[in-house]
Design a protein around this ligand. Structure first.
Ligand SMILES: [Zn+2]
Length: 364
């Protein structure tokens, strides 16, 4: 088994193309073709984590936060990032980051938080925009079924819990093959009228090129007429944060106490408990203050995340309870999630979650 096998499986579920524009997901250090001796999973790739990987003989570190985030202009060991890179390369350890591509997934960081909170029917709080395309292709009736099937198999035609979605309409295509053409039907210099079908399918950004390539290969025409349109529709199966409900409303203080206990919080910074009961909960692992308005608009009773600044707490405006449980605390179960995903797929390979608590914040 190679590092490539693990990386390509993770990226089939959490494509790096779905990461935020500021992010730096993917393999950051190392050779993807190296044989895999084992993987160590963590939130932050610190020097201690590199030591742990060396001790355990693991040559792949899977970290949620990318160790290389901004430009690294020299690697002399003058700070911890440079020392981590040097040490990893010296010991032939690869470092892979699975960050906002995991945040943006329906089965990612926030799904794990939903599970821990006991939230039912979790859905994306702020669905992604500019991620959906309509692909329309014109094909002779004889090849419509096979062409559509090829596009489905390449990842087109998925809408929510439905697959193989398409719209097929019948019409007439016209063309005149010019000198040098090699038409599938028709003759050079003669205007041709062919009964064709138009197939419309929805395609997400991360499979668009793959679907177009497969469609072109399966199409009988040498010049294929097709349109790719970027849609304004939001992609409800991808985006930031989540919202959902508790099965039964819970007393606010009881809920906060449970939250503090299950997320091992040193403290919870929260605004006034303006609701006596909590049922609808919005949440986002990591730094999520930017989603507060989405949580308010969708009438969440409480918004749980990390990294709220002092002035941002005022934005609750008595419409919602903000609960800042801490960045690390909100994401701590992410390592277990990655562990579960990989061990369900691969058996018989050395993999573990770090025993190191990499939270740089202590509570006194
Ligand atoms: Zn984070």
């Amino acid at each position: 088994m190679r590092i490539y096998d693990v990386v390509s499986y993770l990226e089939s579920l959490f494509p790096t193309s779905s990461q935020a524009s500021f992010d730096n997901c993917g393999l950051l250090v190392g050779d993807i073709q190296n044989q895999l001796s084992g993987a160590l999973i963590c939130l932050d790739c610190t020097e201690e984590i590199i030591e742990e990987a060396i001790d355990q003989g693991r040559n792949l570190i899977i970290a949620h936060h990318p160790i290389i985030f901004k430009g690294v202009k020299k690697i002399t060991g003058s700070n911890s990032i440079e020392r981590i890179i040097i040490k990893a390369i010296k010991h032939n350890i690869s470092i892979y980051a699975i960050h906002t591509n995991l945040d943006h997934s329906l089965i990612g960081v926030n799904a794990e938080i939903a599970r821990r909170l006991g939230v039912i029917f979790p859905r994306i709080l702020q669905p992604s925009e500019h991620r959906l395309y309509k692909l329309s292709v014109f094909v002779p009736a004889s090849h419509q079924a096979i062409l559509t099937s090829v596009m489905f198999h390449s990842g087109a035609g998925k809408i929510g819990n439905y697959s193989e979605c398409s719209f097929v309409s019948v019409g007439n295509g016209t063309y005149t093959p010019l000198e040098g053409a090699d038409p599938f039907v028709g003759e050079i210099g003669i205007s041709h009228n062919e009964e064709e079908m138009k197939v419309d399918v929805l395609v997400t950004k991360h499979v668009l090129n793959k679907v177009i390539q497969a469609m072109l290969e399966a199409h009988p025409y040498e010049e294929v007429a097709y349109d790719v349109l970027e849609l304004q529709n939001k992609n409800l199966s991808e985006g930031t944060g989540m919202i959902g409900e508790l099965e039964e409303p819970m007393d606010s203080l009881t809920f906060l106490a449970k939250l503090k206990q299950s997320f091992h919080c040193g403290s919870i910074r929260h605004t006034d408990l303006i609701h006596s009961k909590i049922q609808r909960i919005a949440f986002c692992g990591g730094s999520g203050s930017f989603l507060l308005n989405d949580a308010i608009q969708q009438k969440a009773d409480i918004y749980i995340t990390g990294d709220f600044k002092y002035h941002e707490f005022f934005d609750a405006e008595n419409k919602i309870i903000i609960a800042d449980i801490g960045h690390y605390e909100s994401e701590q179960f992410t390592s277990d999630l990655i562990y579960r995903i990989l061990t369900e797929k691969f058996v018989n390979f050395a993999i573990s979650v770090t025993k190191v608590n990499t939270n740089p914040i202590n509570y006194f």
